[in-house]
Write a protein that binds this ligand. Structure first.
Ligand code: CUA
Length: 170
């Protein structure tokens, strides 16, 4: 089959571009742990604050020792506004909103997800010790720029697990 020279050049160009796209996605996913957060669970936003999954916001440890963080977003704050977690330990964040869409961004980390009313967003990641700013990165109203929280990440030896031990509510 005779394929025109320009046709062949464009076919190769398309192949190279596709290979670049797939490679960059693979590098982000496997090299930098940039996984999309899940939106598997649903929730009634009007009742979210009374829901067993979010009745207590903040850090908890389940029966098998895994660390969880429950966070509720609302105009214009995060509940809780401050959390302390251990360094170099996988922490599973579960988030929901009781009003509009917010964006949970732990600045300069890969901890980030949209927080959508009606859904539970979840991601698991770990951090180096330090102080992190948590910002809202989804415009949610006149107080959007005030919607911030703090994450303290302390070395494992200095971390005090919360007194309450809650069952894995999942
Ligand atoms: Cu919440 Cu912007």
């Amino acid at each position: 089959m005779n394929v025109d020279l320009y046709e062949r050049i464009w076919m190769w160009a398309v192949g190279v571009v596709l290979a670049l796209f797939f490679t960059s996605t693979a590098v982000a996913a496997f090299g930098h742990q940039m996984h999309p957060p899940s939106h598997i669970e649903t929730i009634d936003p009007a009742k979210a604050l009374g829901d067993p999954r979010f009745k207590k916001q903040g850090v908890s440890v389940d029966a098998s020792g895994r660390v969880h963080a429950q966070v509720v977003g609302l105009m214009f704050t995060w509940l809780p506004a401050e959390m302390t977690i251990p360094a170099d330990t996988p922490v599973t964040f579960k988030l929901t909103s009781i009003d509009v869409i917010h964006g949970y961004q732990i600045v300069r980390t890969n901890g980030q997800t949209m927080v959508v009313p009606g859904y539970v967003s979840q991601f698991t990641t770990q951090f180096e010790a330090g102080e992190y700013l948590i910002a809202c990165n989804e415009y949610c109203g006149v107080g959007h720029h005030l919607m911030a929280a703090k994450l303290h990440v302390v070395p494992q030896s200095q971390w005090q697990p919360p007194a309450r031990e809650v069952a894995d509510v999942r």
